[in-house]
Ligand binder design. Structure first.
Ligand code: FE2
Length: 190
């Protein structure tokens, strides 16, 4: 298992972001690059695919030294899901293995949030989030009996960004910083 596909993705994202494109271009070009990365499920080292019995895992795969972007392996155990949350930066979600359900939430005049349609992401497909248009969502493993894995890319160091979880019924928010569950990252250069 070689992470060379990941190194190529890092190189292409770095090249693109060095040109300081506007966000719609980042999302369009980044989606195409991420779709290429998740088209093959043969590059993610096994140690970044392991689920946890109680909660979903967020393994940092790469963080740009200037915080231009970060890449995370999200590993969903059976039936696991996130609370309703935001990101405070653009994000791309590329489905690598299994399926996940992505439900966007929309703020109402009284401050509460209502769910929109749920989209099931299949392997190879890419979704997005953005504070400019649709930053609040809930994500769940489609499966109750197996692991799913998606590769997320964000416009900052997502594990260090102060963001929010929401009680959709009231719109009440709570700050959180997600961090990462791993202490070592993949060696992209071996
Ligand atoms: Fe999210």
């Amino acid at each position: 298992m070689s992470p060379s596909s990941l190194l190529m993705f890092v190189q292409e994202m770095s090249r693109m972001l060095q040109g300081k494109p506007k966000e719609p271009e980042i999302l369009a070009r980044g989606s195409a690059l991420l779709a290429t990365l998740v088209a093959n499920d043969n590059w993610l080292p096994e140690q970044f695919t392991r689920p946890h019995l109680q909660h979903y895992q967020q393994y940092l795969l790469y963080a740009d030294p200037l915080d231009l972007f970060s890449i995370v392996s999200f590993v969903w155990g059976p039936g696991q899901k996130t609370p309703v949350h935001d990101h405070m930066t653009w994000g791309l979600i590329g489905m690598l293995r299994g399926k996940e359900v992505d439900t966007h939430y929309h703020k109402q005049a009284n401050g509460s949030y209502l769910p929109g349609e749920s989209v099931v992401l299949l392997p190879g497909q890419v979704g997005s989030v953005s504070p400019a248009t649709h930053d609040v969502h809930e994500v769940a493993n489609f499966y109750q009996d197996r692991t799913s894995i998606s590769i997320h890319v964000y416009g900052g160091n997502i594990g260090r960004i102060n963001r929010h979880v929401f009680d959709p019924a009231t719109g009440t928010s709570k700050s959180f910083v997600s961090g990462y569950c791993n202490s070592v990252v993949p060696n992209l250069w071996k």
